[in-house]
Design a protein around this ligand. Structure first.
Ligand SMILES: *Cc1c(COP(=O)(O)O)cnc(C)c1O
Ligand SMILES: [Zn+2]
Length: 407
């Protein structure tokens, strides 16, 4: 039986179709391409019960992934992250059925590992020897490490302000790393030039069709972990929006297979107040977003002033009766601290923004008390050591701790 049921690539804008066994980047019309599967055929051959005996990583869904030959799979065991209940913080915000999908424990410490695992595996299958990409840090780190495992050369350009640890990951993987005195959009322009001059494979967000396939597995896992039921609401910290587009795509594929039934969850795109192009477009009822000038936020992974797939994100919000909301950095840091204090989970600022959004939307009544709500924590708090700062007393070896009554 086929390892993958991939059939072709299709353009969501002009409907052009492409063969999946050749290298493709954007459609000739400039739109990202989406991977299509032969779901009718798959439905006859695979049942969701067939998954029960499989490995507990994202490759358990290989029929719905683009890699055709299992020998091309490049894996560090990524996927099947826990769906953790959040009883204390849930009580605090009056959402009793609050869950966190915790991507903080995946290889490289962020869910970018999913996109990299599938993207790099497919690049290997297509015979790619060298690729290049701009990044806000986490994607570059993941692609550098997975490329290293695949024996693919990797050129990465990231802003000087990107989290320092992601730099170190790229260096450790021996990729060709450059820093730019600017934003991810500036890094993108530099990468576009080297790609044109050197003919490298362009692994920029959505300029290759396969990263999205890796990220969509978050949606499949959430459904499987809830016993093949969908939650009422999924909140997603949105930069390029790849994860949100992916989750929407995955849940639609599961519906076509008959593996889940009913209404799709209302999808929520969460952005930072200092970079909220999708929120602005959604509030204005538009089909695409505008470049957000001078964007700034501590939640670096969602600092994307203009996303190539913005129209796909907005479509997913409109189609699921979802919404978009922006959060300020101060509230993000407060929530990050609160979640560690209440639940023992040290999550990344991007993930914390999704929890603030849940809180706000519960206050307005948009989230109902009995809704089943899943917030995506897209990465580990330990990748951002500077978000927590407090003076701590330093003792001499002979000192005693004065325990005061307030403690
Ligand atoms: C990249 C990133 C995001 C945003 O992901 P998109 O799918 O591109 O919107 C959110 N959180 C973290 C930690 C990230 O690294
Ligand atoms: Zn097209």
């Amino acid at each position: 039986m086929a390892y993958s049921f991939i059939s072709h690539l299709a353009c969501p804008k002009c409907q052009a179709e492409y063969f999946p066994d050749e290298k493709h980047q954007l459609c000739s019309c400039g739109s990202p391409l989406l991977v299509k599967y032969n779901l009718e055929k798959m439905k006859k051959q695979i049942k969701r019960e067939d998954l029960l005996t499989r490995s507990s990583d994202l490759w358990r869904y290989h029929e719905l992934l683009p890699v055709q030959n299992p020998s091309n799979v490049v894996t560090l065991g990524e996927g099947m992250t826990p769906l953790v209940s959040m009883p204390f913080i849930g009580k605090d915000m009056f959402i009793p059925q609050l869950f966190m999908k915790d991507e903080g424990i995946i290889p490289t410490g962020t869910f970018k590992a999913r996109g990299a695992a599938v993207g790099v595996s497919k690049a290997k299958e297509l015979g790619v020897k060298e690729l290049a990409m701009p990044t806000n840090g986490n994607a570059g780190a993941a692609w550098a490490l997975y490329s290293a495992r695949a024996g693919i050369q990797c050129t990465i350009v990231m802003p000087v302000d990107a989290p320092a640890i992601t730099r170190n990951e790229c260096i450790a993987a021996d990729s060709k790393l450059y820093l730019v005195d600017g934003l991810i959009s500036d890094a993108g322009k530099i990468v576009a030039r080297v790609i044109e001059e050197k003919g490298l494979y362009d692994a920029s967000t959505l300029k290759e069709p396969y990263r999205i396939e890796g990220k969509k597995t978050m949606g499949i896992e959430i459904a499987e972990q809830l016993g093949w039921k969908m939650p009422d609401v999924i909140l997603y910290p949105t930069g390029g929006g790849v994860g949100l587009i992916g989750i929407y795509k995955a849940l639609n594929e599961l519906k076509s297979l008959g593996w889940v039934e009913g209404e799709l969850p209302r999808l929520v795109a969460v952005q930072a107040k200092g970079c909220a192009p999708i929120v602005k477009a959604w509030e204005e009822g538009k089909a695409s977003s505008e470049f957000w000038p001078d964007s700034e936020t501590i939640a670096f992974g969602i600092n994307v002033p203009k996303a190539l797939g913005d129209f796909l994100v907005l479509e997913a919000l409109y189609q699921t009766k979802g919404c978009a909301i922006s959060i300020d950095d101060e509230e993000i840091l407060e929530e990050q601290k609160k979640i560690a204090t209440y639940e023992g989970a040290f999550i990344c600022p991007e993930g914390a923004s999704a929890f603030v959004a849940a809180r706000r939307l519960r206050e307005t009544g948009w989230i109902k008390k009995d809704d089943c709500v899943v917030a995506l924590n897209t990465g580990a708090g330990i990748k951002y050591p500077n978000t927590v700062q407090r003076q701590v007393p330093i003792l001499q070896p002979e000192d005693r701790i004065q325990i005061s009554l307030e403690l």
